[in-house]
Design a protein around this ligand. Sequence first.
Ligand code: URA
Length: 435
Amino acid sequence: MSPPLIIARKRDGHALSAPEIQAFVRGAVDGSWADYQLSALLMAICLRGLNAEETALYTTAMTSSGAVADLSGIPGIKVDKHSTGGVGDKVSLVLAPWVAACGVPVPMISGRGLGHSGGTLDKLEAIPGFRTGLSLAEYRDQVARVGCALIGQTPELAPADRRLYALRDVTATVASIPLICGSILSKKLAAGIDALVLDVKFGHGAFMPDLAAARELATTLVRVGCAAGKQVRALLTRMDAPLGRAVGNALEVVEAVAALRGAGPADLMEVTRALGVEMLLLGGAAATPAEADARLGTALASGDALAKFREVVAAQGGDPRVVDDPGRLPVARSLEPVSAPRAGFVTAVDARAVAFAALRLGAGRARAEDAVDPAVGVAGLVPVGEAVAVGQPLAWLHANDPAGLPEARALLAGAFTVGDSPVPPPPLIADRIGE
Ligand code: URA
């Protein structure tokens, strides 16, 4: 099947057949399609789209481009969560052990931060010794033993996505709902899950700019995931301001541990708990949302959720003492406040500006091969709605490299809007998609 013919058919607006889609995805793995041919078809798909049937075929072909983990020998309904990415999004660190402590196995495959959005793997690797690169066999064994594993994508899972995503990143073809759907779901379906809860974020700090775009993506993901035989639900959650009070890898681990002690910031707890309710319902650990919520409350209050996190850290080679002694995490050399220029109320915190301030300090990466500094970032962010006095710190910069400080300082100061009267923060959870 000739690549130019397939490219031309999509260029001219035709629906591709199953063999054509399979040839494209196979070509991404076996090298029979050149980068320029893959890129041309990606651009044609970006401009012309894929219909519902093509999107499902594409997702299936991407899933079977590599190994599909078999977790069927592990008792229970295995449920994962995926976030489309945000700023200060440490939800996975709190949610995975919390849900596992309620008896639902959580095999979680996460990504690294890129651009302004952070990644779960970078946060976990701030814990000394923590290994995210488990093999598929180690991952399966840990889910069976501990009930939870938090790992990165292995080379065997959905290898077509590795090549296609790298090309999309440099050819302006990331922003396509069918391509995003195939990319996200193929990795999740290959990981051997039974059910998936999606946190589809919208707003200034998210990948999807508004609620309508997030709804379209969520609806596609739920439809295609269900067609693949999995139970899939999505929450649409607002990402205008950072989630929680900290942005930066070790700083977010500290905040996640506080949340597992029941002392997390209200916004982080609200989103995490709502996703937890969905996971417990899908996992069969509760029959109603109220029962699921009560069960989560018990696991938090009893210390079981925190104990599960400690167990996961130890199982993956990390130093479990960080849970009780966060001083063991990497700490930045300098700490300086950004202060309120006037008295009033915080009316907005621009998640993207905060993210770029943290990025400038070295907390994230501009290119996939960049290293991150686990210690640096921004903490103590005053949330929307709170009163501030003139000169009061609005947030603190945790820095190691003085070179990035002036720009980070300016970005962080510009992230805050202080007004005369309080504005109530808008609801964080805008909708829920799926049966
Ligand atoms: N995250 C993914 O894994 N894939 C995409 O295409 C976009 C976001």
